[in-house]
Structure formats: C-alpha cells, structure tokens
Design a protein around this ligand. Structure first.
Ligand code: ADP
Ligand code: ADP
Length: 233
C-alpha cells in the first residue's frame, strides 16, 4: 500500500534543436521508487542523475515518456495539488510581507480571503514565525526566508511534501536548526505527511530520514542502499 509509487518511469529529453529521438538523452529509464504513507525518504545521487526531473514529474510539472507514477494508487495527471514542492531558492515576492507571501499562493488557488489570512497565520506559527509575519523578506534571515517558503507550501495542506535541496544555500548552523524544525513540523501534524527530500548530504539524509534511496548516474539504476530506523523522541 504505497503512497507514492514510480514504476519503470522513463524520461527523455530531445537534444536542443533536434526533433529526432535518436539523439535524445534518457534521463530516467526504468526508474522505480516506492514510498509509504507518512514515511520520510531522502533521495541522494550525483548531480544530473535526474532527481529534480523525478520530483517535477511527481508534482505534475513535467511529463514523462514511459512507465507510471502513482499517488494513492492513481496516476499523476497534470499538476498534483496533493504534492507541495519546496525549492532551493526561496522565490518570495520581495515587496510582500511574510504573511502576504503565504497568502499569495492561496489566492492563486482560489482560497477566499478570510481563510487565506487564517491559514497563513496558522502555518507561520507552525514554522515559528508568528512574530515576523509583517516583515518583508529583506528583513528576514536566510533561514527565516526558507521557513516562509516552507510555510507557503504547508498552507496548501498537501499530503506529500517534496523538498529539492532546501537547505543547500544556508550556513551550517541555520541548516542544523532547520533540520530540527522540519522534523518537529513533520511530527506535529495530525496525520504525518509523506516527505520526499532530495539532498547532497548523507549526514542530512541520515539525520532526517526513515529510509534513503540512492540514484546512480546510469539512467534508471536506482537502488535503495539501506534502511535506517531513527529514534524519534
Ligand atoms: P539532478 O536533480 O539529479 O541534478 P536533473 O533532474 O536536474 O538532475 O537533470 C537530469 C539531466 O536532465 C541532466 O543531464 C540535465 O541536464 C537534463 N535536463 C534537465 N532538464 C532538462 C530540460 N528541460 N531539457 C533538457 N535536458 C534537461
Ligand atoms: P489584500 O489581502 O490586502 O487585499 P491582496 O491579497 O489582494 O491584498 O494582495 C496583496 C499583495 O499581493 C498585493 O500587493 C498584490 O500586488 C500582490 N499579489 C496578489 N496576487 C499576486 C500574484 N499572483 N503575483 C504577485 N503578486 C500578487
């Protein structure tokens, strides 16, 4: 009973300017991955092995050429509102306060104003930023900006949270702090969210995850190298 299941997924990018699939590159080929509901899985692998490509396919932001990606047993078709993606860059609107940055995402999704306000206030509290709700991004530290970005995604109330190297640009101390915060957020929900976390740091993966999957550079050769059980306080 998998929350997320990738079965023999293939993704081919044609060479720029070429219409022939002959000189196309297969980024993913026979890619398999399974994630249980409520599981925190870290995905590691060298640059260019297709991690971001898979995240985008899962979120419905990118098509694929073969195989299937299932969420709750259903094929992903188009943008998947059940999947919230936190990217490495914060992508906050510099002229909007933290609160408004969270609300804008909900506005785009058609959530009425009163509910936008309430949901934004709630998630800013979840990430420990209630006192900074009226500050502009430039008045926030890098770690706080990344927390706003996480709050924005939490406000959509997705079951699945996807992180693409979210802490890579932060200093070590901030990164460690946010790793702890992420675990706290993950554990505090009524129902535990399923997390797919892409990182380059094996330390980070070991600290955060229930399970680690490692992708190799050869397309599609994905191996789960080991399973770890972390003591959760
Ligand atoms: P990772 O996230 O593991 O670093 P990516 O999924 O970003 O890897 O990229 C995998 C491969 O696909 C890389 O070789 C990259 O150059 C290529 N690629 C990614 N996006 C595109 C695109 N839109 N068009 C062509 N090639 C792409
Ligand atoms: P209020 O809730 O105070 O009426 P709005 O939610 O209408 O405010 O908009 C707050 C701010 O967000 C405005 O400055 C507006 O320009 C900006 N804004 C709203 N929607 C978008 C959007 N899709 N992209 C960028 N900025 C937006």
């Amino acid at each position: 009973d998998w929350k997320i299941e990738a079965k023999r997924v293939a993704k081919i990018y044609p060479k720029p300017g070429s219409r022939s699939t002959k000189d196309a590159t297969a980024v993913l080929d026979g890619f398999d991955l399974q994630i249980k509901s409520g599981e925190f899985l870290s995905l590691l692998g060298p640059s260019g092995c297709g991690k971001s490509t898979f995240l985008n396919i899962l979120a419905g932001l990118e098509t694929h050429n073969g195989g299937a990606v299932l969420v709750d047993g259903k094929r992903v078709e188009g943008v998947n509102k059940n999947v919230g993606v936190v990217f490495q860059g914060y992508a906050l609107f510099p002229w909007l306060t933290a609160q408004k940055n969270v609300e804008v995402g909900l506005k785009i999704r058609g959530v009425p104003k009163a509910e936008r306000r309430a949901r934004a206030a709630k998630v800013l509290k979840t990430v420990g930023l209630e006192a900074a709700a009226n500050r502009l991004p430039h008045q926030l530290s890098g770690g706080m900006r990344q927390r706003v970005a996480i709050a924005r995604v939490l406000a959509y109330e997705p079951d699945i949270l996807v992180f693409d190297e979210p802490f890579a640009a932060l200093d070590a101390q901030t990164r460690e702090f946010l790793q702890g915060e992420l675990l706290r957020i993950w554990e505090s929900g009524d129902t535990k969210k399923t997390i797919l976390f892409v990182t380059h740091s094996i330390d980070e993966a070991i600290f955060l995850s229930d399970r680690i999957a490692v992708m190799t550079r050869a397309p599609g050769k994905v191996k789960t190298l080991f399973d770890i059980e972390l003591p959760r306080p």
